[in-house]
Design a protein around this ligand. Structure first.
Ligand SMILES: Cc1ncc(COP(=O)(O)O)c(C=O)c1O
Length: 433
């Protein structure tokens, strides 16, 4: 994942495209980010750990967000806030569009799509010709689910811990087209990776056509051994649909490394891009055979852009993804992931030995990152979630789903240790009453 310079190229293109200077300074790289690499370079490479723990640095990151001073938001897993530079970019682009919508949207901002596609491809480790910019993970994944050519009786492997929108899409195909769903049942966090792979292997028989894999389970934060499962699928000639809604820009990987034939994610989660932004990846050789969800003139075209026939949509949202990438690159993927691991360990270590508190996520760095769930004896997850909110103004989400129970705690890069001290103090107080 490298730092590309398409934004400058884009500026150049825009200047060339419009004879009169209709595009002012609105696309300049944001100078508000300049301090981050400077601050980082003041640390020797050997002191990377110190930067992970350096609250001065992370307080300044926090100041780049407009987080509520009242409510402590620890449900960043639901949807992430945008750094102020992303919010401002969105507002600038949106205002510009409102000056002459069809001109600024379709003639000016539209020219930013290809450079953006390339930047996203560099980040995701794919070719730009394999990425479509869409509105969220649901749209991306349902494009794959409904676009696949499946016949009555074709078998698809899904998991009970997949995301509801995706399970509903597959169930709708089962109802409408007569495909057959084969369900994997996981008992997390108790199962080892080998047991997880074995549970999938049991369902991935030689007649299976598609295996749906949620890379990072939203219910409890467990990271599935996606590539190992994908290898099983490919060994029987099946294809994989990978749900990366919770892993993308959270943990480091390139999409092809997952063994994904089709991949969808939202960008308004861990990348902190504007609400309503997402990404669809389709492996080059599958594009022509996948029907677009919203029809295009050439449904069997090998051009990934056929998945972007979405009708009128916000170009401001789309273009401000660029500032979210700038922000992500400024912090750096590795540092971000290390900090999120550090924050998870910080709060879970502070409470895990209390006899009434149970961390219900496997906290090993290979099997979870920022997202983690906690239980307390004597309180249902909803009761614990309400107590945290009503008594301590801490916003979380309660999970009571299948065999997963707990309050989900999700810090982000703008979460500082003092925030988590507030959480652990609250948890210990509640456990002791
Ligand atoms: C695993 C997973 N997949 C897909 C989605 C859908 O994301 P969106 O609502 O942005 O489409 C979510 C949302 O939380 C999710 O957790």
């Amino acid at each position: 994942m490298k730092q590309p310079n398409q934004r400058r190229a884009f500026l150049g293109k825009l200047a060339a495209a419009s004879a009169i200077p209709l595009v002012p300074s609105f696309l300049k790289p944001d100078a508000n980010l300049d301090w981050i690499p400077k601050y980082k370079s003041s640390f020797a490479p050997s002191s990377a750990l110190a930067l992970v723990e350096d609250e001065t640095f992370w307080y300044q990151i926090k100041n780049m967000y407009s987080s509520s001073p009242g409510v402590l938001n620890l449900n960043n897993g639901g949807v992430s806030p945008q750094p102020i530079i992303v919010q401002e970019a969105f507002e600038r682009y949106n205002k510009l569009c409102n000056e002459a919508p069809s001109y600024y949207m379709w003639r000016i901002l539209d020219q930013g799509r290809e450079p953006l596609r390339q930047r996203l491809a560099d980040f995701a480790g794919t070719s730009a010709e394999e990425l479509a910019v869409v509105r969220n993970a649901s749209e991306a994944l349902e494009t794959a689910i409904f676009g696949l050519r499946l016949n009555r009786g074709d078998k698809v492997v899904v998991c009970k811990l997949d995301y509801p929108n995706m399970m509903n899409a597959w169930k709708q195909r089962e109802h409408r087209d007569g495909i057959v769903l084969k369900w994997v049942d996981l008992d997390l966090p108790r199962m080892t990776n080998d047991q997880i792979v074995a549970a999938f292997a049991e369902q991935i028989t030689s007649d299976v056509k598609i295996v749906h894999i949620t890379h990072l389970i939203n219910w409890n934060g467990h990271i599935l051994p996606c590539k190992r499962i994908a290898d099983l699928a490919h060994a029987v000639g099946a294809q994989t649909v990978v749900d990366g809604a919770h892993s993308f820009a959270h943990i480091q990987y390139s999409i092809p490394d997952l063994g994904a034939d089709y991949f969808g994610t939202s960008l308004h989660k861990w990348l902190c891009a504007p609400f309503g932004s997402g990404l669809l990846y389709v492996k080059k050789e599958h594009i022509s055979m996948l029907y677009p969800h919203l029809a295009s003139g050439e449904p069997e075209s090998p051009d990934i852009r056929k998945f972007e026939s979405l009708g009128t949509r916000s170009f401001a949202i789309e273009q401000a993804i660029g500032q979210a990438l700038d922000f992500q690159y400024s912090i750096g993927n590795q540092l971000k992931q290390d900090r999120l691991q550090y924050l998870k360990s910080y709060w879970t270590n502070a409470v895990k030995d209390h006899p009434k508190i149970h961390i219900n996520t496997d906290t090993h760095a290979d099997r979870s990152c920022a997202l983690c769930i906690v239980n307390m004896d004597g309180r249902k997850p909803t009761e614990l979630g309400e107590a945290l909110h009503n008594q301590f103004k801490i916003h979380t989400t309660a999970i009571e789903y299948e065999n997963v129970q707990g309050v989900r705690i999700t810090p982000h890069v703008y979460t500082v240790k003092a925030d988590l001290d507030r959480l652990t103090t609250a948890l210990l107080k509640l456990a002791n009453t």
